[in-house]
Design a protein around this ligand. Structure first.
Ligand code: SF4
Length: 88
């Protein structure tokens, strides 16, 4: 038992919040990009997985994960908001 308190807390956080998940992945296209959270479902558009038409949730993950940039999130949300406005 040589783990320090901070190491234990870090490991516990990993159990509670898996950070490299679909929600944080550049290949995830949530059904609702404006309100997406870890329970949000959506498509995976990675070229290797797209043919399978997977339905994934924000808390899923795989070894093809690539972190999404904030600018990409902003762009997806902006597009979703424009799409919503055009429906009115
Ligand atoms: S399934 Fe893998 S590649 Fe697809 S969105 Fe999730 S982590 Fe990314």
């Amino acid at each position: 038992m040589s783990q320090t308190e901070s190491e234990l807390q870090k490991n516990l956080r990993k159990l509670m919040w898996q950070s490299e998940n679909c929600l944080a992945c550049v290949w995830f296209r949530p059904n609702d990009p404006i309100n997406a959270d870890i329970l949000e479902r959506g498509k995976c558009i990675h070229s290797k997985l797209k043919p399978y038409e997977l339905l994934v949730s924000g808390r899923d993950w795989c070894n093809l994960f690539a972190e999404i940039k904030q600018e990409t999130i902003d762009m997806l949300q902006e597009m979703a908001m424009k799409a919503e406005e055009s429906k009115k």
